[in-house]
Design a protein around this ligand. Sequence first.
Ligand code: THG
Length: 283
Amino acid sequence: MHTVLRSRTREVVIGPDRPFCVIGERVNPTGRAKFAEALRAGDLSQVIVDVRRQAEAGAHVLDVNAGVPLTDEAELLTSMIKITQENTDLPLCIDSSVVEALAAGLAVYQGKALVNSVTGEDDRLAEILPLVKRHGAAVIALANDETGIPETAEQRLEITGKIVRVATEEYGIPIEDIVVDPLAMAVGADTDAVNVTLETIRAIRDAYGLNMCLGASNVSFGLPDRHALGSAFLAMAAAAGLTSAIMNALAPECVTAARASDLLLGKDPWGSNWISAYRARQG
Ligand code: THG
């Protein structure tokens, strides 16, 4: 199962036989008051900084989120996508819960984007999947619906099945263009949260073989030493079948955990990526 993403000039393939795909999360004002304030004022200079840093740190794809309260999200998101594509050739993941913003973002995006995201809710499927189809994009399918975030892997698998059925049968979206988000929650709020996520990852891999992507930083919210938790989680999730994550590409521990998982899981023949990344760090 290969999910192909493209910018104007570069192609990235997500798949179980490929290196774990690092989707950089930093072009996102959530929890960053100064960044949000600058964006509100029309100052996009920090976007350029975060784009360059994440690309240098080894991100394969960049998530772009324009969630600043009290702004025209469609307009801000299109500006952020344009400036991002002027500063990197990495493909983008267009992150918004506002349908108009996703539509506007897809209209200016050059290449094949990853739309983030659709849920199993009927109205969301009906609004977002036609956009995905029209633009030939790929889409992240969140395993939740109108009843909220299911507490069991079985329920998350069931919602995944619904989204797969509707996207492929009603909209003709290729199954490989569906990337499932098995949902990562804060382990500090629920001791069992990561167990449920890992069980969901294994279930989706075994039932559908689909690519998967989740917000890895969610796991460590509210806890100290976030990167240590993030790196341990990424290694476990990769072993369970996760093939990509929206994650902090500026945390070397986390990126290294993804690269180590590739080698340990047989996806980096002869350790050539591992060794060349090490050599690059030595200068
Ligand atoms: N699934 C999907 N998309 C997602 C998420 C997901 N997109 C948004 C989010 N979750 C993933 N992105 C982030 C971005 C930043 C942080 C966490 C997840 C984060 N930021 C710091 C904080 O809030 O503490 C910012 C602080 C700072 O750096 O100054 O943790 O789950 N499909």
